[in-house]
Design a protein around this ligand. Structure first.
Ligand code: SAM
Length: 471
């Protein structure tokens, strides 16, 4: 029985409710009065539920799709301005006991070398990342209680936060590790993590079990209920995601939004982020083996729909996607991207991009400096800001700030100040030149005069060697 407030996976992600939703969407795909009503509701920026979003997803009318895209662009602008938050993944270990059929780290893959970073190697990777200008990481690891126990992850987090190389610092560590216990989530919280990220992969239970035939990840309920345990452990910023290509995308959109509705219903706060990965080629993995690949157009439509359905949730796109796809999705709703990523264990300290332990092929292989310059040339402010969780603005406190619109007085100046740090410490001449102009221009868009003046003074102080200002 469908119940968003239930703590049981099969009740808050109810299979019958998803099938009914898809049926309802099919029946109403040309029901223009209903579609009008849904678009009008979306325009109030209060979000859409899984049924409403599914009707729009089913609708193929070009005018409706254009209106949806325009609204997604507008909501993106109103809530996130032109800022794009930057991050990089850091792969700690590819030891894994699971049998995920789409992932090259699955335990039966005997031809990839298994690696696990020592603390010295973590340090070297972090210095390489700091030297590019990164301030925010997402750590990644396979699931292996013997090789990568929680103590190892916690030790790595400590090491990462402790490294201060030149003007560098990693100020926020997000964590993407397998579903775990409330006790372990509490330990992650105490270690000072930002967001806990766990991709659902697919919400379709039967497919999920086939795609994860062996290992602890096989347990659909344990995996799906992980965010509730994370919240019980005190982590209030959680990141959802579906690996698009594994199952039918219409099923996944309904499941994803039901998950967000569940978190809101039970914990009073929805997901902090939604990631948008698509399955990619990797060692041992051919994406064509999976029948549910989605076109760039459908991908864009999903992105726009998520933007209008959950306006308060940040959206993330990684270097799995090409520059062209990333450019399109940035307009439609994405608020966070990775740059210069290496998806192999120890990849950042190698001169050449290593491919032997990559988790997936990276499409966008530009340097961070190139990505930063490209964003600015496209009218976006690259932001290295990590202020919110450091100021205790997480969970519902972050959401209420966002809902009140006051966030612009924090995020906009924080973006400019952290961009200034990047320009001073890491940028090429050309990037610096473009960036300085952007900062001058964008200072005028800090809404409150007092904050604008403080921001301007801080930017001058950064030019004189000071670092780490925040609102
Ligand atoms: N092992 C942890 C887990 O199971 O959640 C950590 C996550 S893993 C390092 C990061 C994510 O990469 C997975 O959740 C999966 O969605 C994605 N991934 C795995 N294989 C992929 C592939 N071939 N192409 C694109 N993404 C992939």
């Amino acid at each position: 029985m469908y119940n968003p407030k239930s703590l049981k996976a099969e009740e808050f992600i109810d299979h019958e409710e998803i099938l009914d939703t898809i049926r309802y969407a099919d029946e109403n795909r040309d029901n223009m009065p209903l579609i009008r009503q849904i678009l009008d509701k979306a325009a109030t920026r209060k979000g859409l539920d899984h049924r409403e979003a599914s009707v729009l997803l089913a609708c193929e009318d070009n005018d409706v799709i254009e209106e949806m895209y325009a609204l997604a662009r507008q909501i993106k602008k109103d809530f996130y301005g032109n800022r794009i938050v930057m991050f990089a993944p850091l792969y700690l270990s590819n030891y894994c006991v699971n049998g995920c059929v789409y992932c090259p780290y699955h335990y039966q893959n005997k031809h990839i070398p298994r690696k696990k970073l020592t603390q010295e190697q973590v340090k070297a990777e972090v210095i390489a990342l700091q030297d590019m200008g990164h301030k925010r990481l997402a750590i990644e690891a396979g699931e292996d209680p013997v090789n990568n126990p929680i103590e190892y992850i916690l030790e790595c987090i400590d090491t990462i936060y402790s490294i201060k190389h030149k003007n560098g610092a990693i100020r926020r560590v997000n964590v993407n590790i397998a579903a775990t216990t409330v006790e372990n989530y509490r330990k992650l919280k105490e270690a000072g993590i930002g967001t806990y990220i766990l991709f659902q992969e697919t919400y379709h239970k039967e497919s999920y079990e086939k795609l994860h035939p062996t290992g602890p990840k096989h347990n659909y309920a344990y995996h799906t209920e992980a965010m509730d345990r994370a919240m019980e452990g005190g982590i209030d910023d959680v990141g959802l995601g579906v690996l698009f290509g594994l199952e039918l995308y219409r099923y996944e959109l309904a499941g994803l939004l039901m998950h967000a509705e569940h978190l809101e219903a039970v914990h009073g706060v929805g997901p902090h982020t939604i990631s948008m990965p698509r399955i990619k080629k990797a060692d041992d993995i051919d994406p064509d083996q999976f029948d549910n690949g989605i076109s760039d157009d459908i991908f864009a439509k999903l992105c726009a729909l998520i933007r209008i359905a959950v306006p308060y949730t940040g959206m993330i796109i990684s270097t799995r996607e090409s520059q062209a796809v990333r450019a399109r999705l940035l307009e439609l709703g994405v608020s966070q991207i990775s740059g210069a990523s290496r998806t192999s264990v120890g990849g950042y300290t190698d001169e050449e991009r290593p491919t032997d332990t990559e988790q997936f092929d990276v499409s966008d292989q530009r340097t961070l400096d190139e990505v930063v310059r490209w964003l600015m040339e496209s009218g976006f402010i690259p932001s290295f800001c990590t202020a919110c969780y450091r100021e205790g603005r997480t969970g519902d406190r972050f959401m209420s700030l966002l809902k009140s619109g006051k966030i612009h007085d924090c995020c906009h100046p924080n973006a400019l100040m952290t961009l200034k740090e990047f320009l001073e410490d890491y940028a090429s001449e050309e990037t610096r030149r473009i960036g300085m102009k952007m900062i001058d221009r964008e200072l005028l868009n800090v809404p409150t005069e007092k904050i604008r003046n403080i921001c301007k003074a801080n930017i001058d102080a950064i030019a004189n060697g000071k670092r780490d200002f925040r609102f």
